[in-house]
Design a protein around this ligand. Structure first.
Ligand SMILES: [Fe+2]
Ligand SMILES: [Fe+2]
Length: 448
């Protein structure tokens, strides 16, 4: 077995690289997420065979620092750099696209002098670990699958949880909630599972779905995958991630266009047990489209822009909600939950973070980033306000009013009955300025 070090601050990349390198070249990979940790690990691991590092981590260049750490040891550990950087020396392999896992395997195999034929014959343990996030990217499992027995010392150390050919539809959530991060499979299947899961994860979401239920399942899963990949879009948004979000937005728009009314849409969402961020985003998309359609100034282009805004506006909050089970809890209410320091910071600045993300995407509709930034009524995208200002974008106001309406609709529906008149009076009591009130009036004609 060989030993490698992966230096990346992105969990999704760590998972993909370590499972693929383990499966293909029998490498045991340690991962570090900050540049500071790297020299120590390099020093402590005398038999390190290779290092794979992103060229930049949180805006610091890694190349010079790593080269000097290796030189200090008078060693010559081969380096593979991931990403684009003008300063990458030519003698090192550089792989531009971090998601080109095949290239990463190829470059590592070359360093380890492993041929394609060797790869098939590598000695491996009977059961092979695969990260759950990767394993559940498949539609169905092509082999039996196991988890480690939580009662460690019991007779068998693994428990079979899935039989060959079993569907994996909707199962990821269950294991995620139980904190199961690794799935074990017979080693003979490791290459096939790793391959099909890696490819499926993104491909699945581009397939043309048949029903609204499938569209909802696909797009929520895409949103979850996307939110996992967020820290990977530091420098430029990878093409496949951009395609993924585009196909997602298109599918949500077609759900919103197809449903006869808000009640049917809510039923569809609640039946599918989607997380709140997804559910309230789709409902707000519908309510916004009704405000725009029922106003004399509205047009389709604005509805499309709002659809895109709503896909991204709370994308940074997805992990926060996935780790909590409550289904209907608003973003303001989330502030009263027990949050880690990091989570609280993300909650306060999620509008700003999402706006900055969208600015990196090429050809985004004009002003979409500003609407995202202002979606809680603050101009810098930090915090929440109760005093909604006049001088923000009109479509940001549409989103604010629509989200407040959608929240009420969801809460009242869960409690049994929705009352339109009471809701409109409630909205008038929160939004006192006429530029907001003008957006509440079109809602008296909303299809319920
Ligand atoms: Fe929101
Ligand atoms: Fe938000």
């Amino acid at each position: 077995m060989s030993y490698g070090l992966v230096l990346s601050n992105k969990q999704s990349l760590n998972d993909l690289y370590s499972v693929n390198l383990r499966a293909y070249v029998n490498a045991n990979v340690a991962t570090v997420t900050t540049l500071n940790q790297a020299p120590q690990i390099i020093q402590m691991t005398p038999n390190l065979d290779f290092i794979i590092a992103e060229t930049q981590i949180e805006k610091s260049e890694t190349i010079a620092a790593l080269i000097s750490a290796i030189q200090q040891l008078e060693s010559s550990i081969p380096l593979i750099f991931i990403g684009t950087s003008p300063s990458a020396p030519l003698e090192f392999v550089t792989i531009k696209n971090p998601y080109d896992v095949k290239e990463v395997i190829k470059a590592t195999a070359k360093i380890l002098e492993i041929t394609a034929q060797d790869m098939i014959k590598l000695p491996v343990p009977e059961l092979f670990p695969i990260p759950a996030s990767v394993f559940f990217g498949q539609d169905k499992t092509i082999c039996d699958a196991y988890i480690k027995n939580p009662e460690g010392l019991a007779k068998s150390s693994y428990i079979k949880i899935l039989k060959k050919d079993e569907s994996l539809k909707g199962k990821f959530k269950k294991y995620q909630q139980e904190n199961i991060n690794k799935i074990y499979i017979p080693s003979d299947f490791r290459l096939r599972v790793t391959n099909s899961a890696t490819h499926n994860m993104l491909e699945k979401l581009n397939r043309e779905p048949q029903s609204d239920d499938q569209r909802i399942e696909n797009t929520e899963q895409a949103m979850n995958v996307f939110s996992n990949l967020l820290d990977s879009v530091d420098h430029e948004v990878a093409e496949e991630i951009k395609n993924l979000s585009e196909s997602c937005i298109k599918q949500v728009s077609s759900i919103v266009d197809n449903v006869p009314n808000l009640g049917k849409l809510t039923q569809l969402l609640l039946k599918n047990q989607n997380n709140y961020i997804y559910t309230h985003g789709v409902l707000t998309h519908y309510v916004s489209s009704q405000i725009i359609k029922n106003s004399n100034w509205g047009n389709q282009e604005q509805i499309d822009k709002v659809g895109l805004v709503l896909f991204y506006h709370d994308i940074y909050l997805v992990p926060l909600y996935i780790h909590r089970n409550e289904r209907v809890i608003t973003e303001e209410e989330m502030r009263n939950e027990e949050l880690s320091e990091k989570e609280a910071k993300v909650l306060e600045s999620h509008a700003q973070l999402a706006a900055a993300l969208v600015q990196k995407i090429k050809k985004i509709p004009h002003g979409a980033d500003t609407i995202i930034m202002q979606h809680h009524g603050t101009k810098n995208g930090i915090g929440f306000t109760e005093n909604y200002p006049d001088d923000i974008s009109t479509l940001a106001k549409v989103v604010i009013v629509a989200e407040a309406f959608a929240e009420q609709f969801l809460k009242q529906t869960e409690q049994g009955q929705f009352n339109l008149d009471d809701t409109l009076s409630y909205l008038r009591s929160i939004f006192k300025r006429s530029s907001y009130r003008n957006l509440i009036e079109p809602l008296s004609g909303i299809l319920l």
